[in-house]
Design a protein around this ligand. Sequence first.
Ligand code: OSB
Ligand code: MG
Length: 381
Amino acid sequence: MRIESITVRRLRMKMQSAFTTSFGTQTHRDLLLVEARSGEHIGYGECVAMSAPFYSEEATSTCAVAIEEYLIPALQNWSRQGGNPGGVVLIDHPEQISQALAPIKRNNMAKSALEGAVWDLWARQQGLSLAEAFGGTRRQIEVGLSIGIKQTDAELIETVGAAVDAGYKRIKIKIAPGRDLQMLRAVRTEFPETPIMADANSAYTLADTELFQAMDELDLMMIEQPLAHDDIVDHRQLQAAIRTPVCLDESIHSAEDARKAIELGSGKIINIKIGRVGGITESQRIEALCRENGLHAWCGGMLETGIGRAHNVAIASLSGFTLPGDTAPSARYWAQDIIEPEVVMEAGLITVPAAPGLGYGVVPDRLDAHTTHLVSYDLTS
Ligand code: OSB
Ligand code: MG
């Protein structure tokens, strides 16, 4: 496949409702989309970095720099080294992208946006759905909801109630110091049977072990990333001290990280985010590791538009994704998504599209309406 041009757009989109985590409140999404073109086909990838480096070290601006100044040139360089003179990038399979970008350390969300665009482009050329291209087998995926921190317990209970009524298969509740045990107890009392989990976004330390031991009584499905964003050693100690399964999010950036965390016993579940781990190929490796070692895995979310959401739905169709993911339908996030049809949920399930590529149409007018900046690289010149 000949990659002839790459376009990077920056979009600003207002969210349906504000989303609060232990690192702040968000009302808008400021994100990058990458378009890779070959002949009449265009493939789309989404960069899931947040506008500031609160979740991880990457942010929208740093990703734009990484893609434009380092990643596109690295692809061209790799292609030239493979004996293809000129600026066009020639590849046989999108699995080669992570290899071609390996000389650049980390910058995983930037890499993933570019790699995702190439997977979509390749899938379209081959006439495969993204799910088929990734090796997915499920026709439908189970959907969970991630609920941000609410001011009051009453507001949270109302939101959880609406989510249960909407059919979500599990409810994730963000926690932070001061909004944790009592709040979760109030929810559990109101919803004794609902599959509930908590996500701390790395806001605690081992000094809070007793707090997490007290949470054992709530029968949570798991507690996500309770400790530092870069830790797998303290998580091992916490997991040994509590019954509730620990799920790792921020700490896992690669299959190597996952291997080490599994070896240590730092958790029993991994939240796989395509962006955080540097792309589809790395996500597939982590999915395989989880399967081989008997860990549950599920697909995390980063408040994606329909483009990133379509990639998530496709990867979640792999058999190692054994628990509901944070892949809520489009309407949960946007007044109007940039894809048509939007991602919809029925009875807590999303049907994995079978049409080539994303399986949803990207609407050019909607893209343009939200675009604040656009750079296009013609690789043929
Ligand atoms: O920790 O999983 C997280 C959103 C932004 C950054 C980090 C996280 C989240 C979510 C929302 O939990 C998941 C979603 O609905 O997309
Ligand atoms: Mg998380």
